[in-house]
Design a protein around this ligand. Structure first.
Ligand SMILES: Cc1cc2nc3c(=O)[nH]c(=O)nc-3n(C[C@H](O)[C@H](O)[C@H](O)COP(=O)(O)OP(=O)(O)OC[C@H]3O[C@@H](n4cnc5c(N)ncnc54)[C@H](O)[C@@H]3O)c2cc1C
Length: 292
């Protein structure tokens, strides 16, 4: 539906692309918060939204149902999809459901091992790598979805080395992906080094940097624990200087993100993807400060 709109936004050098990421809420109270956030952000010049896909099983149906709500709220929507625990025919059925629900794009992911497992294990009739999922989407629904893939400025935690990680990213693009959204990072040098290596590998699609306005030092450490993103000492110092004042810590998170995004846009990033954790406050402050 809005595939072209997403691709045009991503490839428009005249204006930065803005996307925001939701996750499927676990209960009705959280659902109310998510939908209110969507309502608040929708008129703020967001080009598209995305919604994550749970690794553990429970949030998988809700990706579809809450994704449908975001479509109704007016967002061109990217549904995330992972290969975890799925045979390829199940993935095909989910992709069809995404089409029926009016999703405009898919972020094609391998996924992480489910709780209790340390390494990723391919379903016997499924896929071992995200590139295979990209191939399936491109083959089953040519030109129906804007297809994105994940990129890792600080290298994927399982990767053997930078060179192979970049080579496998290039494989995902060759399989038919239109753009890359990155893992969160806090130091722009990591993004520009990554983009340089990706371009050197002959990949020219837009690489949307993933930015998370941190809410507190505790939350930032938590996220860096599982994403393996590096938390710069300067950011830790700014957060520590707030003591126990959580609102002051949240405002440091906003200020760091605004500085980070300005630096990224000045040096040619095509826009940014905000990890908003279903909350509007920091996202509104970041977008207002940037006055795009
Ligand atoms: C923007 C973004 C959104 C995300 N959303 C979700 C979500 O909604 N749900 C969720 O569960 N997870 C999500 N994740 C996490 C993601 O699923 C994990 O990071 C996962 O470990 C890797 O997924 P991938 O798609 O990058 O995998 P792949 O591209 O398959 O890469 C995984 C690893 O395998 C290596 N590799 C790739 N291809 C090959 C090959 N042919 N041969 C050998 N090695 C290879 C890569 O170098 C890398 O180390 C997201 C991550 C990002 C950055």
């Amino acid at each position: 539906m809005f595939r072209e709109q997403i691709l045009q936004a991503l490839n428009n050098p005249g204006r930065p692309t803005v996307s925001v990421e939701f996750f499927p809420p676990k209960d009705l109270l959280a659902a109310g918060v998510m939908l209110q956030t969507a309502k608040t952000l929708q008129p703020m010049g967001i080009d598209f939204a995305s919604i994550t896909y749970g690794a553990g099983g429970t949030s998988r149906d809700t990706t579809l149902s809450y994704g449908g709500e975001l479509v109704k709220a007016g967002f061109p929507l990217i549904g995330h999809l992972t290969c975890v625990g799925h045979a390829s025919n199940e993935l095909e059925a989910i992709i069809q459901q995404y089409a029926n629900a009016g999703f405009s794009g898919i972020l094609a992911l391998r996924g992480d091992p489910p709780k209790g497992q340390t390494t990723f294990e391919r379903h016997p009739e499924g896929f071992a790598h995200a590139s295979e999922l990209v191939r399936l989407i491109s083959k089953a629904h040519p030109d129906r979805f804007a297809v994105g893939v994940a990129g890792f400025p600080e290298r994927h935690p399982d990767a053997l080395d930078d060179a192979s990680d970049i080579r496998f990213l290039a494989e995902k693009i060759a399989a038919g992906a239109d753009f890359v959204t990155t893992q969160l990072f806090f130091d722009n040098a990591d993004y520009f080094r990554f983009v340089g290596s990706v371009r050197a590998a002959g990949v020219s699609v837009p690489i949307l940097p993933g930015i998370m306005p941190v809410l507190s030092l505790k939350q930032a450490r938590n996220f860096c624990g599982f994403s393996k993103a590096r938390l710069p000492a300067a950011l830790v110092e700014e957060l520590e200087a707030c003591g126990a004042n959580e609102d002051a810590q949240r405002r440091v998170g906003v200020s760091w993100s605004v500085r980070q995004i300005r630096g990224l846009l000045e040096r040619g990033a095509p826009g940014f993807h905000l990890y908003i954790l279903n909350r509007a406050e920091s996202a509104v402050e970041v977008l207002s400060a940037l006055r795009l």
